[in-house]
Design a protein around this ligand. Structure first.
Ligand code: NCD
Length: 291
């Protein structure tokens, strides 16, 4: 049996995305996942939600999880990622979940037989985040097609923006990017959130990725909030039924006003809850294999 990888949203067919979302929804409704396997979470970058929700998903599925602390591993002796993953494979691990600062780190792992689930690669992709975002949108609107999603913030350095841009467009959503011009990356963007706030169904706010680029000394939290943030005033102009999303961690008062984090429209904590069920679906997909 060949185990299935989940590396990027760029090469996932709509049919696969929909199957994963349907499975996640079943798990949310309490369905059990009868699947065996041993997995390891290899997190080389900080994580709260992704790591903990993978652990919760693994727990709920009754998978064996071998603890691995990058800070106490032979990585510190210079061992490569490839040799680390091959070691996991040799001792009988079925799937590894990896978060790494290097974009497309998974290219080095070609030839490894263990399933690789990408928990975030630098400014590249974050497929499980995108899937949980899609699930949240489906639950809200019953569809993705025709939904207007406005993604606001550090687009160029955000793996969340990139994974969602690919998947949302492929599923027929209308996507608008709002950011300072120098952070637009490969996307056409606008600097004017005010032009879109009244028409959008989903406002997806992003954290400024300070760890991935040198933010100018001129960066001011107050100015950023004023120009690109979801302010109290802007929330009031959002249309009826429109929702607020954010992958978190949140800088309260920078990309979003403190009091909006848990307001009526916010689905931020729902996104986190959905993360567990989506990760169960992805683990099942990886471990069940392709044949
Ligand atoms: C995001 C990430 O790590 O890419 N967080 C997450 O997984 N929920 C977003 C971020 O760090 O800004």
């Amino acid at each position: 049996m060949i185990l299935a990888n989940l590396l990027s949203m760029n090469n996932l067919e709509n049919q696969t995305i929909m199957t994963l979302l349907e499975r996640a929804e079943k798990f949310r409704q309490g369905e059990k996942a009868p699947i065996d396997g041993t997995v390891v979470n290899l997190f080389f970058e900080p994580s709260t939600r992704t790591k903990m929700s993978f652990e919760m998903a693994e727990n709920k599925m009754g998978l064996a999880v071998l603890p691995f602390e990058t800070a106490f591993s032979s990585i510190l002796k210079g061992e490569t990622l490839y040799d680390t993953v091959r070691t996991m494979e040799a001792i009988g691990v079925d799937a590894v979940i990896i978060r790494h600062e290097e974009e497309e780190y998974y290219q080095q792992l070609e030839g490894c037989k263990v399933a690789v689930i990408n928990g975030g690669d630098g400014s590249g992709q974050h497929p499980t985040q995108s899937l949980l975002d899609l699930l949240t949108i489906y639950q809200e609107f019953g569809r993705v097609e025709g939904i207007h999603v406005t993604i606001v913030g550090d687009i160029a350095h955000s793996r969340v923006a990139k994974s969602n841009a690919a998947a949302l467009k492929q599923l027929g959503a209308e996507v608008t990017f709002i950011c300072p011009e120098e952070w637009s990356g490969e996307y056409d963007s606008s600097e004017h959130l005010d032009d879109f706030i009244e028409k959008t169904d989903v406002v997806m706010m992003l954290r400024v990725q300070h760890e991935r680029h040198a933010v100018s000394a001129m960066f001011s939290k107050e100015n950023y909030h004023e120009q690109y943030g979801l302010t109290i005033e802007r929330e009031k102009r959002m249309k009826e039924g429109a929702i607020i999303m954010h992958p978190a961690p949140i800088n309260r008062g920078v990309e979003i006003a403190d009091c909006l984090v848990e307001c009526e429209r916010s689905r931020i904590f729902k996104q986190m809850a959905n993360g567990v069920f989506v990760r169960m679906a992805v683990l099942e997909y990886a471990l069940k294999g392709r044949d």
